[in-house]
Design a protein around this ligand. Sequence first.
Ligand code: ZN
Length: 306
Amino acid sequence: MKQPDRQPEVLSPSDVARRLKGDLPCIACGYNLKQLSVLDVCPECGTPVRATVLSVVDPYATVLQPVRFPWIVAAGLVVWSGAALVAALITWVLRAVDVVAVLSESQIRFAPLALLGAICIAGSGMASAVLVRPHAKVPAWQSVLAACGVLTSLGAAWMYWRIQGVHDPVHVRPFLESVTAQPARAWLRIETNGLLIVSLLLLRPAARMLAARSLVLRMGRVDRQTMLAMATALAVATLGDFCRLGALASAEPFGTALNTLGVVLIAIGSMLFTLGLFGVLTDCIRIARVIVRPPASLSDVVEDSP
Ligand SMILES: [Zn+2]
């Protein structure tokens, strides 16, 4: 906890006579501390008023660039991560449908679901455009990288459609009916994952800049380097595809072992990627809240002594 270290920079001796302006609910019991001195304690529960002030004041509030269209940027962040998560879950449903179809020896296909998945990825990519220039004084290189990241994710949406919507409906089911790799599908997967990895890396600087607006994320208490971890998860899955392609050209029993390793890597990489999307969505919701309701500075919370 860095809280005690930050106390002096937030409350200097000249602040002692200051009173709280506006409504400020006590962090412990919710009692309205309005008009109390910062030296007081909460009359209801005895928690020092300073504790509540420190919990709402962001010492960087006055240096953060104002976001011009906060609701658009906040919505863009949530749609970017949320739609990507929906696309990932749709892909799991498509594979689950395969399992059901094979077990029940039926020919059920959920083609519209593949289209919906591609639309979600495209929507996610378009929403990520809010990362290009969310406020003034964004470095030009960062805007250019983010714009390229948006285009790359649109390319990934197109590749996703080519796998799930064009390839799969006219081929035997991957992993189940075709135990070995289907080369065309493996290469499409490698290209899709490659585009997604590049998109993540290109959008990452812009996403981290916005994440720094959240006091909690900036203090490193919840920063999980999620986007790097997700790029790594995709790289693991892609390595799985290369293993399966290599298995096709390998003699037995080495080929079977390599193919099995490939399937395991794809499963692990895909699961970690999906988990990472949950983490990114959580962080994006947190950042969106800060953007819509900017953090308070000390002068926002207390009024100058008369
Ligand atoms: Zn209280």
